[in-house]
Design a protein around this ligand. Structure first.
Ligand SMILES: Nc1nc2c(c(=O)[nH]1)N[C@H]1C(S)=C(S)[C@@H](COP(=O)(O)O)O[C@H]1N2
Ligand SMILES: [Mo]
Length: 326
């Protein structure tokens, strides 16, 4: 069983076997426990913040059953915020650019090629990806290295499902994720902020961690283009830039991939980039964060949590000096 520590410091034990009714009961007990037994508080948590979905509807539906074992108790961000405040440099560097410019991205037909150190290299189209494993809804916190965070109900399945399918060889020590880089569809490709294509990477055991989500949707719908349609990674314990968008290639490799951000500024963006309040970015502190949607004069900053609160991943880094391997 995975135990996720809530931001209040209360352990929330959920097992994937328990029924939705037990989940509801468990959430209700949790609410009573924290003394927020008001109807508003109860419905907020029990409904997993359904009001955050208010403005979806622009994309085809992609419903999935909530996996409470892997879901944050934080209130999901508004759909409007999650789809208009984005980082997707292929469409411009301003937070509003992706929503304005990503309409030109053609997401069907789409294929993802999986190659390298695997016994079964394959090219999967979107329908094959959608059918590869049962879709789950997972409410994850996403913490950007810039010092802001959101809470997003993603739809997808553990990347480990795909790993099983392609059967990595013993030489597969790392996984490289390559985003589409097509100047015709992506006006930001060619700009000198980054090297293209956008590349990210994980150690194979990180990629195998069940929290690593191959993501095809959010807020009950297929991904909006600006959020990395049609398929992206979401790695909730790492800074947002590790979660590559609009993936066309996945390579299983022997050596650590040369990731786009690490190439552009190695002293600022390490390979691991685990959320870590104790390791400052060279130009700013990482100790706290601004939750998008809570902005404003009186908004309090939130303390950033080690591994973004996902302590279940800690064993992946046992014995490593996380100040050195930032
Ligand atoms: N291909 C690609 N993937 C990317 C980025 C990018 O510029 N290009 N930006 C990253 C950064 S910095 C963040 S914070 C997240 C943002 O995801 P969101 O816009 O869906 O919240 O995407 C990441 N994935
Ligand atoms: Mo980011």
């Amino acid at each position: 069983m995975l135990i996720q520590r809530s931001p209040n410091g209360i352990d929330l034990p959920f097992s994937s076997e328990i029924t939705p009714r037990e989940v509801f009961e468990s959430r209700r007990r949790f609410i009573q426990h924290i003394g927020a037994g008001s109807i508003a508080g109860a419905s907020l948590l029990a409904m997993a913040g359904r009001e955050a979905f208010a403005q979806n509807g622009a994309n085809p539906k992609l419903p999935a059953r909530l996996n409470p074992a892997y879901s944050s108790m934080d209130k999901p961000s508004a759909y409007k915020d999650a789809t208009t405040y984005n980082n997707f440099y292929e469409f411009g560097t301003d937070k509003a650019d992706p929503a304005h410019n990503a309409g030109t991205l053609k997401t069907r037909p789409w294929t993802v090629t999986i190659e390298g150190e695997v016994k079964k290299p394959m090219t999967l189209d979107l329908d094959a990806l959608l059918k590869l494993a049962p879709l789950e809804e997972r409410i994850y916190r996403l913490r950007c290295v810039e010092g802001w965070s959101m809470v997003i109900p993603w739809v997808g399945y553990s990347f480990s499902e795909l790993i099983k399918k392609v059967e990595p060889t013993g030489n597969a020590k790392y996984v490289e994720f390559v985003s589409l880089a097509d100047k015709k569809q992506m006006p930001g490709v060619g700009s000198r902020v980054l090297t293209w294509p956008y590349v990210e990477g994980l150690r194979i055991d990180e990629a195998n961690h069940p929290l690593a989500l191959l993501t095809l949707g959010m807020y009950g719908e297929t991904l909006p283009n600006q959020n990395g349609a049609p398929v992206r990674m979401v790695l909730p314990w790492k800074y947002g830039f590790k979660s590559a968008k609009s993936i066309v290639k996945i390579r299983f490799v022997k050596e650590p991939p040369r990731t786009a951000w690490n190439v552009s500024a190695p002293s600022e963006y390490g390979f691991y980039s685990n959320v870590n309040p104790e390791v400052d970015h060279p130009r700013w502190s990482q100790a706290s964060e601004r939750r998008i949607g809570e902005d404003g004069f009186l908004a309090r900053k939130r303390k950033t949590l080690m591994f973004n609160g996902y302590n279940d991943v800690a064993s992946l880094y046992a014995g490593m000096d996380l100040k050195k391997f930032f």
